[in-house]
Design a protein around this ligand. Structure first.
Ligand SMILES: [Zn+2]
Length: 195
């Protein structure tokens, strides 16, 4: 298993190195994600223009951004904050796709990974190398995949007209009302000092 290739030609060592450089460390969730992305892509026509939908904000979006052209910023990856370890790639012309998820029944056969993922033991009790080795050796055997037709979360998000906020003077999307989100009380910060 360890010597299997991902995305046609990448070794597991290369996968881990790429993840380390981007994500900051060899996060197990991003490695599982790479296996999931590899699995999903293999079940779509190579020539299809593919978009992605990911069902958690944790780890998986990075796997998609690292190993495919789909990013949050270019809009080819949509992120649903559902905390489900699953993702779908689909052909944006036909909306036919393939969904891959971490299958709890299959995961039970891989004790180390199961203990970690289901939080059955303290995370720190499993050395990272042991866990990542177990993930790579389980590979797709802990996943399930199925063909789907995408019915939502696809397509371009329309860009709205831009207005200048009468509160702060910054440009914002006019669709949210007369004031920007911050000035209408939905903001996330206050300035530390009135400079
Ligand atoms: Zn404002």
């Amino acid at each position: 298993m360890k010597d299997r290739k991902f995305f046609g030609n990448k070794s597991s060592d290369e996968i881990i190195k790429t993840i380390q450089e981007f994500h900051g460390w060899a996060a197990p969730g991003v490695i599982i994600g790479a296996i999931m992305v590899d699995y999903a892509l293999e079940n779509l026509p190579a020539e299809a223009e593919k978009d992605a939908i990911v069902e958690t904000t944790h780890c998986l979006p990075d796997s998609i951004q690292l190993f495919t052209p789909c990013t949050f910023g270019n809009g080819w990856m949509k992120v649903a904050d559902w905390d489900r370890f699953a993702l779908t790639f689909y052909d944006k012309k036909t909306l036919n796709g393939f969904r891959v998820w971490l299958d709890p029944e299959k995961l039970k056969h891989f004790t180390v990974v199961n203990n970690w993922y289901m939080r059955l033991v303290p995370k720190k009790s499993i050395p990272l190398e042991v866990l990542n080795e177990a993930i790579l050796s389980a590979g797709r055997d802990m996943l399930s995949g199925k063909k789907v037709t995408v019915t939502g979360l696809y397509g371009k998000k329309e860009k709205n007209n831009i207005s200048i906020c009468s509160g702060c003077g910054e440009p914002y999307s006019a669709s949210t009302g007369a004031l920007c989100q911050q000035c209408s009380g939905h903001g996330y910060f206050k300035y530390s000092s009135a400079e």
